[in-house]
Design a protein around this ligand. Structure first.
Ligand code: HAM
Length: 420
């Protein structure tokens, strides 16, 4: 029986895993520095949460969800995104009574049955932030800045473009969609099948469809049809981005693929690949849609698989080097080295040791395969003298030292420096 992994899923290991670890380390750091609390929500939820939350006319809900009946006959769905689940958790755990704003971040897998493409998987990873209780444009700024800082910390910002738009509030959107419907009334028959469906169910999505561009040339755009409040908010977002020297582009075609957004929306897009690595915006009606009292909210998610793909292109290595690999000749030497290793680890020295009882040469070969920076040889002579020979594998300098973890840590530092 040849069992292989499911289409659209990945095994992540070695170099790729090192990249993911680095990205996740930076995410944790940036979120901590912005005082955001981590939240973990379930991988599966009641199917209805996403139908109601993400929108039952969206591609995600109509075509892409992994929905199944559990053994109790309930309809469950593997999360296609986190926002709806986080809102459900916000309501179920009474977060509204916590100090406002409530600021949460998450990182985990999400599931969409999509056509396979570069950077598109059926199981993928998302990091995101959701901020509840802030009606001001300041929340959009906080969200954009956090995303930008994560992307910057791993050296990606100059490969990306920040695109922003405003899709208005319920009020201005109502007026706008009437205008759009009127404009498209006698043109829709000549447009693509998806847009025909959207005309009936989700007219805003016609804006970001890449078909029928000729017809769309003079189409009214929501960005030019905002009410005073939405216009002001968008101006504030832009002027704050300017003051922070964050480059952005206004893209009137960004309306986002999920139904819950209003006012500011944004995406981080790869300049070379024209692929979104992240997106988000304001969603002031979702908490109410899911049964809560009206609550302002803003958030975003970044796709870690796509980010890792771009990190790989930078050809930087985030490999963690083994600081010290013990090469031992017998059980007595193993005992001494193992005890020493435990003490070195307490001093944050990454330490490894032969557990296969291999020959001296085989141990040396392994040390170079795992890129050990130093080897610590404990052989017959060293055992007799109560010392260790430490050799730097990069510059070949070597010294003997007492079997004392602190001394060995200093020796390692010294030998590493010699190669600089
Ligand atoms: P989204 O734009 O659907 O937004 O997804 C965010 C990011 O997840 C995308 O920009 C992309 O990088 C990544 N992504 C989406 N689908 C896939 C896939 N099939 N394979 C690989 N990566 C993928 C949301 O999910 C919203 N919940 C974001 C949000 C949070 N808005 C407000 N709060």
């Amino acid at each position: 029986m040849n069992i292989t992994r499911a289409k659209g899923t990945r095994d992540i290991f070695y170099d790729e895993m090192d990249n993911f670890s680095k990205i996740e380390e930076e995410i944790r750091k940036v979120c901590m520095l912005h005082n955001i609390n981590e939240i973990r929500v379930p991988v599966f939820e009641q199917a209805e949460l996403f139908a109601r939350g993400v929108g039952d006319g969206t591609d995600i809900v109509t075509k892409e969800m992994y929905t199944f009946e559990d053994r109790g006959g309930r309809s469950m769905t593997l999360r296609p995104e986190f926002t709806a689940g986080v809102v459900r958790a916000y309501l179920e755990n009474g977060f509204a009574s916590k100090a406002s704003p409530v600021k949460l971040w998450y990182n985990g897998t999400a599931y969409r049955y999509e056509k396979m493409q570069k950077g598109r998987y059926r199981e993928f990873r998302q990091f995101g932030v959701e901020i509840f209780g802030a009606s001001s444009y300041r929340a959009e700024i906080e969200a954009i800045v956090i995303a930008k800082e994560v992307l910057e910390s791993i050296g990606l910002m100059n490969k990306l473009k920040l695109k922003i738009n405003s899709i208005g509030c319920t009020e201005c959107r109502k007026k706008y969609t009437e205008k759009l419907r009127e404009y498209l009334k006698d043109k829709i028959d000549g447009m693509c099948t998806d847009c025909k469906n959207r005309y009936e169910k989700n007219i805003m999505r016609i804006i970001d469809c890449k078909e029928d561009l000729e017809i769309k040339k003079s189409m009214p755009m929501i960005t030019d049809n905002l009410c005073e409040e939405c216009k002001n908010d968008f101006e504030n977002v832009k002027s704050m981005l300017d003051s922070l020297n964050i480059d952005y582009e206004i893209d009137k075609t960004i309306v986002r693929g999920l139904d819950y957004y209003n006012k500011t929306v944004f995406e981080f897009v790869s300049k070379d690949l024209d692929l979104a690595v992240g997106g988000g915006g304001r969603y002031d009606t979702l908490v109410e849609t899911l049964g809560g009292t009206p609550t302002n909210a803003v958030g975003f998610a970044l796709g870690l698989d796509r980010i890792e793909m771009l990190v790989k292109d930078l050809n930087k290595s985030y490999k963690k080097y083994v600081d010290m690999y013990f090469v031992v000749t017998d059980d007595e030497a193993f005992k001494v080295a193992y005890n020493l290793g435990e003490k070195l680890r307490k001093l944050d020295i990454i330490t490894d040791i032969d557990i296969l009882d291999r020959s001296f040469n085989a141990q040396l070969k392994y040390a170079s395969k795992i890129n050990a920076k130093n080897i610590g040889i404990i052989g017959e002579n060293e055992l007799k003298a109560g010392i260790i020979t430490v050799k730097n594998m990069e510059n070949s300098s070597q010294v003997t030292a007492d079997l004392d973890a602190k001394v060995i840590k200093d020796v390692i530092k010294l030998l590493n420096k010699k190669g600089e």
